[in-house]
Design a protein around this ligand. Structure first.
Ligand code: NOJ
Length: 685
């Protein structure tokens, strides 16, 4: 990774041996956000202000440990270190090429005044777009191996904020529609957890750099008080650790607008730079695949007369990909294990041998001969122990076949991942606890060894680790497009699939964590031939706009080749839109209502726009001042027709062109449940 350092300064403001004051603070580079730290009779607390107003009121810090005294009081500050950091780094791929990492840091070193005199360090970083802090447990004689039984970190909010959330610890992992209530109705929720204050400030709680720790949920403990709630191991321990040890960063993104949250790179900035030196094999890509047809029941994952992953069918998809310029062809259901109840019997999956009617080598070679690559698929069915026994051989095989990306699956209920202990007992773990965080780390490092990038479904939530491991490209880990093929309504929405407003929540909620393999681009919206009771709850133009609104460096054209053949007009946009960007801006947005995003292509002067709405029709006007001043562009517009409506006329669709420049006043009209996609094609002189 190229690292462009613009300014780098490290100023040690005070390093005291016995700190007289028991409080200290820092402010972000432009003074927007302030963090105060203090000890109240030896107990650590912090608070956060934005433009002088409290955002997080005095909130407690510390831990309860197993069979050891708690690490939460009796402290004194032994030293304080303050520093500034300002560096611009280049993303291997992403929403923005150059990212500025600019913050003020406060490191507070604490020690218990009485025996066992243990030490704990808390590091705070104040950014202009939010704050982050983490705990460090230094190497020390009186704290070596330890088990965390509670992380006491609080986030005491100032009011009963409007909140968007998904309940934690549920059987279907993170795959629920977000709820929209006041904070008072929140119980224990996953992160990102998004709030809006009465003053219009937008807040998102999450975490960064989740490595060898348990995922953090947020628990509402009463009034407006929130607290870290870590996912337990099977035996109730939350985290197994030994010094030296660091926790993930606890993060709060703070934006004046909803769009500010989307334009914040705080989560990435709090992760370590890439550990992969040669990243030339990590490529953003668009892919098609033998996938939607199984979700429609046109074919099956398992063997039989309508098995989807046959050599012949894969070659048909490769021909389609080659003709239209798609980079990968995903093939699911290629390996033994899918017959029968694979949800329960994942231990039967074989990751190195294809089914009889699928000639793996022939397909992989045919793909390469046609300038396409096979995308691999490892559905583990959450039988992680079984998978780990084969995964190295499986990645090696894919590498030999020229595969550069593998889609991972962990279908299985919330707490059904087991490992077998020395006595032969199966211990059942949650998908997002420390056990699985460790597993996913092993997978990403092993995949990197074999030059393979990952697309993880049902895994651990994203926390910005893609900066450190750029082969960890995208994830689902939320309700994706597939719910439109078979999903029943759960909470909030009582129709099938995802309601029209779902994708207008995602950018400000799930997607703050990182890229989402939502798999957009369904152009046959009713698919009555296969599933007459299901449909896509969007207009056609909105399905196209999702390519700009929902970021993923591996972006799928999810529909069937024959459906695209019927809609060459819509397919054109899917072929043109990039999966890698130089810049991203959010022109407008309200959580759960609408959003307009523009992104500049990383490899040309072209810009793209995606605008989407909920069930309401909307009109927006703005000047195209993001375009190069003085240059001409052809706007290729894919929009809802005047009479389009997601419910009654989703195919109301118009493709038109107009000449524009940076001074053009541009109007976007969105139908109810509609959208608009635009390519601003730069006209070369
Ligand atoms: C769930 C995934 O989200 C989906 O994309 C995949 O097709 C199935 N599991 C089977 O692996």
């Amino acid at each position: 990774m190229r690292l462009t350092t613009i300014i780098f300064s490290f100023v040690l403001i005070s390093l005291l041996t016995a700190c007289s004051s028991q409080q200290t603070s820092i402010e972000s580079p432009n003074g927007n956000n302030t963090i105060d730290f203090f000890l109240d009779e030896g107990t650590p607390f912090y608070s956060v202000h934005h433009q002088g107003k409290p955002v997080i009121e005095a909130s407690r810090l510390g831990f309860e440990l197993q069979d050891l005294p708690a690490l939460n009081d009796g402290f004194e500050i032994t030293s304080i270190e303050k520093s500034d950091f300002d560096q611009t780094w280049t993303q291997v791929w992403g929403e923005k090429e150059e990212i500025r990492n600019h913050y003020s840091e406060l490191k507070v070193n604490l020690q218990e005044t009485l025996e066992p005199n243990r030490e704990l360090t808390i590091v705070f970083r104040a950014y202009d777009d939010g704050i982050g802090f983490r705990y460090e447990f230094p190497e020390q004689p009186n704290l070596q191996e330890f088990n965390i039984m509670d992380e006491l970190t609080e986030f005491n909010m100032t009011d009963d904020h409007e909140s968007w959330w998904i309940g934690a610890l549920q059987w279907n992992r993170y795959e629920y529609l977000p709820e929209h209530t006041q904070l008072a109705e929140v119980d224990t929720v996953i992160t990102p957890f998004t709030m809006k204050t009465d003053d219009g400030l937008h807040l998102a709680l999450h975490e960064a750099a989740l490595v060898d720790y348990s995922s953090m949920n947020i628990e509402h403990t009463g009034d407006n008080k929130l607290k870290a709630n870590l996912i337990p191991w099977h035996d109730g321990v939350l985290v197994r650790a030994s010094t030296p040890f660091v926790t993930p960063w606890r993060t709060l993104q703070i934006g004046e607008t909803a769009g500010d949250l989307v334009e914040s790179y705080l989560i990435l900035n709090l992760n370590e730079p890439s550990k992969i030196e040669d990243t030339s094999w990590i490529e953003p890509a668009k892919y098609v695949g033998i996938w939607w047809e199984m979700h429609l029941d046109k074919s099956t994952w398992g063997s039989g007369p309508i098995h989807g992953a046959t050599t012949e069918n894969a070659m048909k998809y490769i021909d389609f990909a080659a003709e239209h310029g798609f980079d990968h062809v995903l093939v699911e259901g290629w390996n033994p294990g899918w017959d029968g109840d694979w949800f329960a019997d994942g231990v039967v999956f074989d990751f190195t041998r294809p089914m009889d009617d699928f000639d793996l080598e022939k397909v992989a070679e045919y793909a390469l001969d046609n300038g396409v690559r096979l995308m691999g698929h490892h559905e583990t069915s959450a039988s992680v122990e079984h998978y780990e026994g084969q995964m190295e051989e499986a990645f090696q095989l894919y590498k030999e076949l020229g595969v550069r990306a593998v889609k991972m699956g962990y279908v299985g209920h919330g707490q059904e991942i087991f490992w077998t202990d020395e006595d032969g007992n199966r211990n059942y773990e949650w998908h997002h606890g420390q056990h699985m965080v460790r597993h996913h780390q092993r997978v990403v490092e092993l995949a990197a060894k074999y030059n393979i990038s990952l697309n993880v479904h049902e895994g651990v939530k994203a926390t910005g680790l893609r900066r450190t491991w750029p082969n960890l490209m995208t994830r689902e880990v939320a309700r994706g497009q597939e719910y439109n093929a078979w999903g029943s309504g759960e909470n909030v929405w009582d129709g099938p699939g995802n309601p029209p407003n779902y994708v207008t929540i995602l950018p400000f909620h799930r997607n703050l964590a990182g890229p989402f393999d939502y798999t957009p681009g369904i152009v046959n919206l009713y698919f009555d031939e296969y599933k007459p009771d299901n449909r896509i709850n969007h207009t056609l133009a909105k399905e196209l706009a999702l390519y700009v609104v929902i970021y993923s460096p591996l972006q799928m054209a999810a529909d069937l080749p024959e459906h695209y053949e019927e809609r060459p007009d819509a397919l054109q946009f899917i072929k043109d839109v990039p999966a890698d960007w130089h810049d991203t801006r959010v022109l407008n947005g309200e959580i759960g209502k609408y959003i307009t995003t523009v992104r500049k292509d990383r490899n040309s002067e072209d810009w793209y726009l995606g605008s989407i709405t909920d069930e309401e029709s909307r009109e927006f006007s703005f000047t195209l001042d993001f375009l190069n001043e003085g240059d001409s562009y052809i706007a290729q517009i894919y929009r809802d027709s005047e009479d389009a409506d997601w419910d009654s006329n989703p195919y109301g669709f118009v493709v038109e062109e107009m000449e524009v420049d940076s001074e053009t006043e541009f109007t976007v009209n969105l139908a109810p449940g509609g959208g608009q996609a635009v390519r601003f094609m730069h006209v070369e002189e």
